[in-house]
Write a protein that binds this ligand. Structure first.
Ligand code: ADP
Length: 361
């Protein structure tokens, strides 16, 4: 046989560390190092070849504290692969420094088995670093939300005062002003109301997710309630709202209700003039989550706008075309995020839209 095809040669060249053990004693779970390839030297920073013929208990007693020999024995007894997963190991033979290894045990028949492992320390370090950064980001996000809550909450009062003084001026002092003065006062009045509305919306947005209690929610009941709450709007638009049977999910009731209601209200609103809205609420069951959908036959959304509509105050139309403030979908996004799901839209301009969101089971 050619040297390159020699099995031992291949094992020696294999860049994956591999060790073969032979069971010596079932009771004490003692094993003998039968073979270790070259890749071990790099991975464990010791020349495991030196240990060939020696007993595992003498070389790495620490491994017994981690319970690994029991799993090696299981591999031999069941003759099945045992995925040991990740362990942290290090002793005087492995540089004293603890490193993370991912290990799998493969049966070789009889009393022998093979261990394949990789050093995942740097992967783990990167993962830990990412976790730390994530925690910092979460903390920053929380302070930003608190900031939004406090400012919008505190702004409400002076805004209310301005609005009522403008009203007093308009009621009691209108005759003292010329036309331009009246017009300016009108502008101040409408702008104040707009800012009040925006502040109210930001306050509502920042409160989402603050209710910790999640309960079982029968979505059929929620949708029945929404249908009766929206009766006037549905009748005025002669809208046809079809609701297919829905599951019970775990979530924050008021938020799940707001989510469906926002999507349905938008489906009624964003219609070509004179069109009769046809809306269908459905669900598809996946292995670990539900995929809900709200489909309409409305104006549709161009592909380049399908991401930005979920951001706060992002609107695609002027108020005189379609009234709105651009916070409904931002609320939906925050609600779905808070329920660990995803939200997206599939749509073609002029051909209606389907909004999808997932909720884990
Ligand atoms: P608002 O309705 O107050 O403008 P939203 O955040 O609910 O705010 O929606 C953002 C934008 O997304 C809307 O201005 C509209 O352009 C678009 N949009 C939302 N729902 C639909 C829909 N069903 N069909 C077409 N466009 C939609």
């Amino acid at each position: 046989m050619r040297e390159t095809l020699n099995a031992l040669n291949i094992l020696e060249k294999l860049p994956i560390p591999l060790v073969v053990f032979k069971l010596l004693d079932r009771e004490t779970k003692d094993f003998e190092f039968v073979y270790a390839n070259k890749a071990n030297q790099k991975a464990s920073r010791v020349d495991i070849k030196e240990f060939e013929g020696k007993r595992l208990i003498d070389i790495f007693p620490g491994i017994y504290d981690l319970g690994l020999p029991g799993l090696y024995l299981q591999c031999i007894e069941t003759q099945e692969i045992v995925d040991i997963g990740e362990i942290e190991f290090g002793d005087e033979k492995v540089n004293y420094v603890k490193r993370s290894f991912r290990i799998k045990a493969f049966p070789l028949g009889g009393d022998e088995m093979m261990i394949l492992y990789e050093d995942v320390s740097s992967l783990k370090e990167a993962e830990d670093e990412l976790k730390k950064k994530n925690a910092i980001l979460e903390e920053k996000n929380k302070s930003l939300e608190e900031f939004a809550y406090i400012t919008s909450h505190d702004l409400q009062e002076p805004l209310g005062t301005i609005a009522s003084f403008v009203e007093m001026l308009l009621l009691g002092y209108k005759d003292l002003l010329d036309d331009q003065g009246k017009q300016i006062l009108d502008y101040i009045g409408t702008s104040t109301l707009r800012v009040k509305g925006m502040v109210h919306n930001i306050l509502q947005y920042s409160r989402l997710g603050s209710e910790k209690e999640k309960i079982d929610i029968d979505c059929n009941v929620v949708l029945d309630e929404i249908r009766s709450d929206l009766k006037k709007l549905l009748d005025e638009n002669k809208a046809d709202l079809k609701i297919n049977p829905l599951p019970t999910i775990n979530g924050t009731q008021s938020e799940i209700r707001m989510l469906f209601q926002n999507l349905i209200t938008n489906a009624i609103k964003y219609q070509p003039k004179g069109n009769i809205p046809e809306i269908e609420v459905s669900v598809k069951e996946e292995q670990d989550h539900w995929v809900f959908s709200v489909k309409d036959n409305g104006i549709g959304i161009a592909e380049e706008n399908q991401k930005k509509i979920f951001r706060m105050f992002q609107r695609l139309h002027l108020d005189k075309e379609y009234e709105g403030v651009g916070i409904g979908l931002a609320n939906c996004q925050k609600i779905v995020d808070g329920h660990h799901g995803e939200l997206w839209v599939e749509s073609e301009l002029g051909k209606g839209s389907t909004f999808y969101f997932t909720i884990p089971k």
